[in-house]
Structures are given as C-alpha cells and as structure tokens.
Write a protein of this length. Structure first.
Ligand SMILES: Cc1cc2nc3c(=O)[nH]c(=O)nc-3n(C[C@H](O)[C@H](O)[C@H](O)COP(=O)(O)OP(=O)(O)OC[C@H]3O[C@@H](n4cnc5c(N)ncnc54)[C@H](O)[C@@H]3O)c2cc1C
Length: 383
C-alpha cells in the first residue's frame, strides 16, 4: 500500500488523511504548530474557562449535506446564529446592512419596498462602469452608507484605499431589505460543543495516521512518500523563488474582564479613527456555558511579513500573476496535490475547505483505481 504524506493538520489536511486512512493507506501528517486544527484551533482559556478561537472567531455554516453529515460524526453542533453589530460614528448599528440599519442610519420607519426605492435614490447613477471598490459602493449605496460602513473598515482591513481595490470585491448590492440580521444564509449553522480542535483530533484518531506536530515539512522530505497533499503556502513550497504572495495578518489584543464586556460575540468598528477592525467576545459563542469572567480579542489587521501567520490572501492583480507562475510550477511537480486556503491561495470558509478536502481524497482514490497520476489541484486556484 502506498505511503502518503499530508502537510498541515488543519481541516484540509486532516479530512484528506482520514479519508485515505479509511481506505487502508498509511498516512503521516505534519504540522509546524504544537496543535492540530490550523487556524480553526480552539482552546479553553485557563483564567476565564472560556473556549477561545485562538486565531479569530469561527462560526460553522453550510448548505452542503455531505459536509454537514460528515462534520457531525465528530461532535455535536449547537445551533448558533451570528448577529454582528457595528460601531460607527458614535452609534451602534445592525449588520449586515438591513432594513434596521437603514432605518437607524436615516431615522426612518421605511417598509422593505420604501427602503429599496430610497436606497436607489442614494446610488450614484453617473458611475456607468465602476472599476474600483469605491465606485461600485458609491453606485450601489451612495456616499452616506459607504462612508459609514465601508470606507474606514476597508482601509483598516486591507491597508489601502477602497479606490485601489477592484470593483469585483463588491459583486452584489450589500443591503438586505428585511430585518434579517443573520450574518450567513446557509441552511445549517452552529458551534461545535467541544470546539474545533476536539473535532480535528477525532478526525485524526485512526490507527493508520501518524501525527507529527512541531515539525516543518520541506520539499526535500517528499522523497520518502508516494504522494504528498500539501496544505501549506504554495509560495513556500517553492522557496518563494517567484517572490512572496501577499497576505494580511491579524494581531489580537487580549482583554480579560468580569461579567459581560460587550453583550455580543462580534462587533465591527467601522471608523478609521478606531485602530481595531472588530472585537470578539468568545463566551458569546457558547451561550450554553456559564462564565463569570470574560475574554475578548481586539483584532488589528496589517500586512503579513516573514514569520507572521498568513490570514487573508490579498489576491490583487500582481498576486494573481505571481500565483499563475506558482500554479504552472505546481502542475509540473510529480506526486504533489496542493490543497486548502494556503495551498491554493484563496479565502475559504470551513465548509468549503472540508468539501474540497473530501473531493481531493475522492479524486486521488479514483486516480489510483484508474492507474493515473493524481492532479496537482482539485480546483482552479486562478478562477
Ligand atoms: C480570522 C478568520 C476568521 C475565520 N472565520 C471563519 C468562520 O467564521 N467560518 C468559517 O467557515 N471559516 C472561517 N475562516 C476560514 C477558516 O479559518 C479556514 O477555512 C480554514 O482554516 C482552512 O483550513 P486549512 O486546513 O486549509 O488551512 P489552515 O487552517 O491554515 O491549516 C494549514 C496548516 O498547515 C500548517 N503548515 C503550513 N506549512 C507547513 C509546513 N511546511 N510543514 C508543516 N505544517 C505546515 C500550518 O501550521 C497550519 O496548521 C476564518 C479565517 C480567518 C482568517
């Protein structure tokens, strides 16, 4: 039986490892970190007893039946609806922008159809062919909504003017004309009772899987394996020989306090004058637990440099051209499949990550059966 290596013990790597282990393959899993679950890692805070999402808040949501049935084999999910609030210009608003937000911002009592007509009058119709994020936002929602909710937040999150970002970021009208403030529209939404790390530990708990934490895997180590699934950064695999792909990283300012700090799990800060982008109070993700103390993360975004944890791929024109060169190299690499958010340089929610990992394992097994080489990618990273 072939020997498989999986680089990264996040959802991508772990799901692939388990799927292949169940087919009898012997799988070595490596991760540089001292824990599994990658950026979804959760850990109970010793001082407050609260389950903390160490790399930022994670809410599970999906409409994919296969993914929902898969993930619930490893833990119970408690239904959870993410209702985000916004601090902007000395007021608190409901997000995503909905009928409540519009009525709050303009001091009105609009019905859905009145609000729809009103927002139409705000949009700058003189912008025929929006090229930038700013033009697109102004065309859709006009100056006041743009300045209140988008301008400062976008500048802080991406470190650049919205006029430097492509219009494609804002594909649809970012407003709901109802009081629905559920952040996601997925069929299933929840938080795992025991946290994400518990789930990934269970996924990796199979006799065919050997886990090597605190171990960085490099290209030279691939020689000992018949096939490698790599969920690390694609540019790192090639020693950054075509330069580093840009990412944003996050710094978390940790605050511990008594009682309830902000009354909600996530509050976004839209004003440019406030240095953080959002504040997450972790105990609100587990409302079934009781804690007297609380732990809060203030999230600051900045450009990712060597040694930082990559969070959000920037994916602007320059990065895409650079990615294209790495993709070409990856396609001529024998016996390596690049997967996950870092291996394909895309922002992926957990359910997409899991769906793609299941698909990667299926495609590998199919290629094995047919006696052909598995492909370097299961999706097109440039799409
Ligand atoms: C701030 C933030 C909030 C998010 N919130 C949500 C949310 O609410 N809901 C949602 O569905 N999704 C959310 N996501 C997305 C979620 O984090 C990803 O879907 C998920 O982490 C992707 O898993 P992965 O396995 O592809 O990558 P990762 O979790 O990054 O795992 C990759 C692993 O590979 C390891 N690695 C890399 N290189 C090497 C190497 N050379 N050798 C050994 N190990 C290596 C890394 O240490 C890492 O552990 C959020 C993401 C961010 C950044």
């Amino acid at each position: 039986m072939k020997k498989i290596c999986v680089v990264g013990a996040g959802f991508s790597g772990s799901v692939i490892a388990r799927q292949l282990a169940e087919q009898g393959f012997s799988v070595d899993v490596f991760d540089t970190r001292p824990h599994v679950a990658g950026n979804c890692h959760t850990e109970r805070d010793a001082q407050t007893g609260v389950m903390v999402h160490i790399y930022g808040p994670h809410i599970f949501h999906t409409s994919n039946e296969r993914v929902w049935n898969y993930i619930r084999k490893f833990d119970e999910f408690v239904p959870y609806v993410n209702r985000v609030k916004a601090h902007a210009q000395q007021h608190v608003y409901s997000l995503p922008i909905n009928l409540m937000t519009i009525n709050q911002l303009f001091g009105k009592q609009f019905s859905p159809s009145e609000a729809r007509e009103f927002v139409k009058t705000l949009g700058d119709q003189s912008i025929d062919d929006p090229q930038t994020f700013e033009e697109q936002a102004l065309r859709f929602v006009g100056e006041k909504i743009y300045r209140t909710f988008f301008y400062g937040y976008t500048r802080k999150q991406w470190g650049m003017e919205p006029s430097e970002l492509p219009a494609s970021i804002l594909k649809r009208l970012p407003v709901r004309f109802s009081y629905d403030d559920n952040y996601y529209s997925s069929k299933y939404q929840g938080i795992p009772k025991n946290g994400y790390t518990y789930i990934v530990e269970k996924i990796l708990d199979a006799p065919e899987i050997s886990l090597h934490l605190n171990t960085a895997f490099s290209r030279e180590m691939a020689a000992g394996y018949d096939h490698v699934f790599y969920s690390g950064p694609i540019d790192a695999w090639f020693g950054y020989e075509d330069g580093r792909l840009s990412y944003r990283t996050l710094d978390f300012e940790v605050i511990r306090a008594e009682g309830d700090y902000q009354g909600n799990a996530v509050i976004n800060y839209c004003d440019e004058s406030v240095p953080w982008t959002r504040v997450a109070e972790h105990k609100h993700f587990t409302p079934w637990e009781e804690h007297e103390k609380t732990i809060v993360y203030r999230e600051h975004s900045r450009l990712c440099e060597g040694g930082d944890t990559p969070y959000y791929p920037v994916r602007l024109v320059r990065d895409k051209a650079q990615l294209g060169r790495y993709v070409e190299k990856a396609k001529s690499e024998a016996n390596v499949t690049f997967v996950g958010r870092l291996g394909t340089y895309r922002y992926l929610d957990m359910h997409i990550t899991i769906a793609e990992a299941l698909e990667a394992a299926d495609l590998f097994l199919k290629a094995e059966k047919e006696g052909v080489s598995p492909s370097a990618f299961c999706i097109d990273p440039l799409a």
